[in-house]
Design a protein around this ligand. Structure first.
Ligand code: FPP
Length: 255
């Protein structure tokens, strides 16, 4: 009996260590921040109130990511398909980066956060472009978390642009087709300088990619939660990190 008892206790202790500690931190976490509208509706508020609350939650989750020394946090803030929403909502979503940076840029600078953006910047309204460009410039020498905002981002359009650029370079004799491989394709994407995401989180109970980082997510671990983005808490983020560290990543090989 005694022989069986002690290994059982040790095993429990081990499990409790695993449950409370995070030893394997993903380098790059990508989040599809979904459910702002439903969060607002549940409370009898207009949809834009959900986006405002979602914006404030971006700051909270950036702090957690920074504390866990995650290197890159890519957040899907506006897709190339989101232009189909009512004008008033699109206008508000285009104001959010400016509002977010007005309130939080001084803190982000102090916290050593580096702001970057992926997506088609040239199609954004001037005030949105200006706010983001200014923040990118002011944080360009920071060495902490990279907060990578996907704004007017669509993976298919990113892939189309990549194909066009490669074709142009081949046409101009700057590139030979024999040089085209996975690394070269990667070099033509918005994310060329970043590692692929290790962990993708999507909030709000939807289980789809919605045109987000289709190339880059080839070997990413996925984690879904029913929580709406404005209510996605530090506790849930830590749950996702704990789940991630239990995953066995084989990249198609064997352990
Ligand atoms: C999807 O939820 C969310 C968006 C389209 C916008 C996400 C933007 C933020 C969270 C704030 C961005 C912050 C910065 C810093 C730019 P939804 O509106 O589709 O929700 P629903 O599916 O419940 O309607």
């Amino acid at each position: 009996m005694a022989i069986n008892f002690w290994p059982f206790m040790n095993k429990n202790k081990l499990i409790s260590n695993e449950d409370n500690q995070i030893n394997i931190i993903p380098n790059h976490v990508a989040i599809i921040m979904d459910g702002n509208g439903r969060w607002a509706k549940q409370r009898g508020l207009p949809r834009i109130a959900g986006h405002k609350q979602g914006m404030d939650n971006v700051k909270r989750i950036v702090e957690v990511a920074n504390a866990y020394q995650i290197k890159v946090l890519t957040l899907y803030a506006f897709s190339t398909e989101n232009w189909k929403r009512p004008d008033q909502e699109v206008k508000y979503l285009m104001k959010l980066p400016q509002e977010f940076l007005n309130v939080y840029l001084p803190d982000l600078i102090k916290e050593n956060v580096k702001i970057e953006m992926i997506g088609q910047m040239d199609q954004l309204p001037p005030h949105t472009k200006e706010a983001i460009t200014k923040a990118i410039d002011k944080t360009k020498h920071n060495t902490g978390l990279i907060l990578n905002i996907a704004m007017n981002y669509g993976s298919r359009s990113e892939i189309v642009n990549m194909v066009k650029s490669i074709a142009e370079d081949v046409h101009m004799n700057q590139l030979d087709p024999s040089q085209i491989d996975e690394q070269l394709v990667n070099n033509y994407l918005y994310t060329s300088h970043l590692p692929d995401p290790d962990l993708l989180i999507r909030t709000s109970g939807e289980i789809r990619l919605s045109n987000f980082l289709l190339w880059q997510l080839a070997y990413t671990e996925f984690w879904f939660t029913d929580a709406y983005w404005p209510a996605f808490s530090e506790k849930e983020f830590v749950e996702a990190l704990k789940a991630f560290q239990k995953r066995k990543r084989r990249y198609g090989g064997l352990e």
